[in-house]
Design a protein around this ligand. Sequence first.
Ligand code: GLA
Length: 420
Amino acid sequence: MIHHAASAGSDDRNQAGLVKTFEAHFDGLPTHRSRAPGRVNLIGEHTDYNHLPVLPMALQRSVRIVLRPRDDDLVRVVNVDPEFEPVEFRIDDDIPPATAGHWGNYVRAPAQHLARRFGVARGFDGVLDSDVPVASGLSSSAALVCAVGLALERISELGVDAQTLADEMAEAERYVGTRGGGMDQAISMTALEGHASRIDFAPLRLQPIPVPPEWRFVVADSLKRAEKSGAARTAYNQRTVECREALDGVGAELVRRGVLESAPVGYPELRDGVGWDEALSAGEGVLDDVLLKRFRHEVTEARRVEEAQAALLRGSAETFGALMDASHESLRSDYEVSSPDLDLLVSMARDAGALGARLTGAGFGGCIVALSDTAHADGVIEELARRYYDGRGVSGRLEDRLFVARPSAGASFDLLGAQP
Ligand code: GLA
């Protein structure tokens, strides 16, 4: 039995180590702690940038910073992982970035954004660690941006609420050259312990939904990194363009058919204006093969989120699992963002007794999420450990790659010593 696979989350980490590192790098002691979790998206994939709903939950894994505010605009952050060199810059409206892909750009991103939006000019010294797997589709970068952004917001006492800050942090990430849809920052900033959240966009709206205590979401990493830079980013951006083209094509066709007077400005307006059936029928008449596939994914995934939300509310794990299976199939064949490794993990999880499984996050590598019940979760983990991970040369601890995700609380900022 692999009981440790339930995972040591960030709460179990030794804070004394962070404080010691702080003392070694900066004179004296840190005064505050800022923390923001990664997330696992349960369903609603590649829909957020089209302002269609998603259903993620925050993880027990987080980015944590112990820090002390400064009296000037300097930010100095040391990462306990020596692979990531220390970062130092002054807060400004135009902060020169480090080289593309450098982790320090995720520290600069919220600083520049908050300087522009709110005139933030007060920096801090901090020591950071993270147990959110990097480049795995679990939003390690959004967790970093949110932990830094929350720290800067609080030490300047701006009084910005968590939801607004989530929106701001989604904007802030543009600094690094990518623009996600806002799901990651929204759940990292606002999640409730024990809950997933149905999220709608533009404007951001969140509805926390309790996760039945006997449900187990197993996360398994394909060990193929889904880098935010490079090929995955190009493919991600291409999908957003294709969705726009599909929407424009469908809108024009509906106007031509006399169903609509003017083309809808977005997917929610299309849904609310004519309904998905009519929209899909217009798409079938006018879109080429690729655009029709992308469009069909958007429509069917948006419907699955509604059904999954209802299944979660009434505690129907079988229905929820079946929707996860259908989501994966759609992401594989219509949206074409899966990979052979993700497909393999998904089918192994199902063979091992999971009620459903799907890739989670942007795809092209990264993780899957599988739903199981209390009785079968250990079996799913043991089977995956044996069939997928044995012989693949996992670097580090297997429990960082294969674990049960606990629905956890969103970001927090507190006085050191004041938290439980
Ligand atoms: C990435 C982005 C999110 C979302 C997912 C796909 O994680 O950051 O905004 O688009 O991909 O669902």
